[in-house]
Design a protein around this ligand. Structure first.
Ligand SMILES: [Zn+2]
Length: 72
């Protein structure tokens, strides 16, 4: 009976470990999504996004363009 209790305790702790691991990985994904870093091959759109009042985070599609397709 004592061994069975230990077995359930191990399962319980393993479930917590898996749960906290998946939570931390979700948190990492969210922080990456919220990152301000923009990596564009050609360049970032220079227009100001109306929704946020900050510089548009879209990338320009052609070399020489300063605005993305939404701000032309
Ligand atoms: Zn734009």
């Amino acid at each position: 009976m004592k061994n069975l209790r230990k077995f359930y305790l191990v399962i319980f702790l393993a479930a917590i470990a898996v749960g906290s691991f998946s939570f931390s990985s979700d948190f990492k994904v969210n922080s990456t999504t919220d990152s301000e870093v923009v990596a564009c091959k050609i360049g970032q759109c220079s227009a100001i996004a109306k929704s946020t009042g900050q510089q548009c985070k879209n990338c320009v599609s052609k070399a020489g363009d300063s605005n993305c397709s939404q701000h032309k």
